[in-house]
Design a protein around this ligand. Structure first.
Ligand SMILES: NC(=O)c1ccc[n+]([C@@H]2O[C@H](COP(=O)([O-])OP(=O)(O)OC[C@H]3O[C@@H](n4cnc5c(N)ncnc54)[C@H](OP(=O)(O)O)[C@@H]3O)[C@@H](O)[C@H]2O)c1
Length: 292
């Protein structure tokens, strides 16, 4: 097949993928660990894929047995076998494993397939240099709340990926929560803010619940109150579009108890701590692998 025939076929595939949804497409999830399985579970939950369309890989047979038992999906330890029959390949291994896996599958990928990577730190340029010419590469940075449809996924495309590939990826991640297209130069920041972000929020929820326990609330009630307050506050920001500072002002009555609490937060340096949290996590995302 000539390169132009290849490109035409790839483009036709893209159009059909946009029109039809993931149904009928074969999805290979390479490295179905915490994140790969969360995404799969989210997709199965909303019926975006069926188990018969999916094949997963892992490093250990024990993991594949778990996935078969819990999610009913077939698995293999052979990444190449999984890629061979796939339309969409979702790369979910740790960034440190990427080199080895790309060495296995890079040359066999075809322009008719789509490679989606959720790996922190590893750029589309890095991925494109390790796959066959013309293979479309899309990068997505999701987070674990994707499991329950409350995820956040940022997306960007490599040079061989076109609108149809981004649209397909968007359609794939949309049922898992929100999606946003963002310039790749911001991906380390996205990794810190929305991919690591839930962990930072869990620490805050745990600490707020500890406060509730300290003033006499049962632990379960304290966690529920803290989590629902965080959920409500987040929804207020997203659904009203109002700035968090204005929403905070509405809770803070003059000489009330909220302002005393805010004084403690400020004395504790919470703002500085959170800003530094994101700055440090972004810097770490940048250095996870040597991106050559
Ligand atoms: N965790 C998050 O919240 C999050 C959010 C956004 C993006 N990510 C990205 O998601 C990726 C995975 O993170 P994770 O937290 O899900 O890690 P994880 O739970 O350790 O999952 C990695 C999986 O890769 C498998 N694996 C290792 N070597 C392999 C190989 N050669 N071939 C096939 N599979 C192999 C492991 O198999 P075994 O289980 O058999 O060892 C494991 O199941 C990372 O690149 C990370 O940057 C994670």
């Amino acid at each position: 097949m000539t390169p132009s025939q290849d490109a035409a076929e790839a483009s036709n595939l893209g159009e059909s993928l946009i029109g039809e949804s993931l149904k009928g497409q074969r999805l290979a999830i390479l490295g179905a660990g915490k994140m790969g399985a969360s995404l799969l579970q989210g997709l199965l939950r909303v019926g975006a894929v069926e188990t018969s369309q999916v094949i997963v890989t892992a490093a250990h047979a024990k993991r594949l047995d778990e996935l078969k038992r819990d999610l009913g999906v077939e698995g293999t330890l052979d990444n190449r076998a999984a890629v061979e029959t796939a339309d969409v390949v979702l790369l979910c291994v740790k960034p440190q494993m990427a080199e080895a896996v790309l060495e296995e599958i890079g040359a066999m990928l075809r322009p008719q397939q789509l490679l989606i990577s959720i790996l922190a730190s590893i750029s589309t340029r890095h991925l494109e240099a390790r796959v066959a010419d013309g293979v479309p590469v899309v990068r997505s940075m999701p987070n674990t709340p994707s499991l329950i449809g409350a995820g956040m996924s940022a997306l960007c495309a490599g040079t061989a990926a076109h609108e149809e590939h981004l649209a397909l990826t968007e359609r794939m991640f949309a049922p898992l929560g929100r999606t946003t297209r963002i310039d790749e130069r911001h991906f380390d920041a996205v990794t810190a803010l929305s991919a690591s972000g839930p962990a930072f929020i869990y620490v805050m929820l745990e600490a707020m619940a500890d406060g509730g326990v300290k003033v006499g609330l049962p632990r379960r009630t304290a966690i529920e109150l803290a989590a629902q307050a965080a959920l409500g506050a987040s929804r207020m920001v997203l659904e009203t579009g109002r700035h968090p500072a204005l929403l905070k002002d509405e809770v803070t009555t003059p000489a009330g108890c909220t302002v005393d609490g805010i004084l403690q937060l400020e004395e504790g340096g919470v703002r500085v701590a959170l800003i530094k949290t994101i700055v440090e996590a972004t810097a770490r995302a940048r250095e996870l692998v040597d991106d050559e």
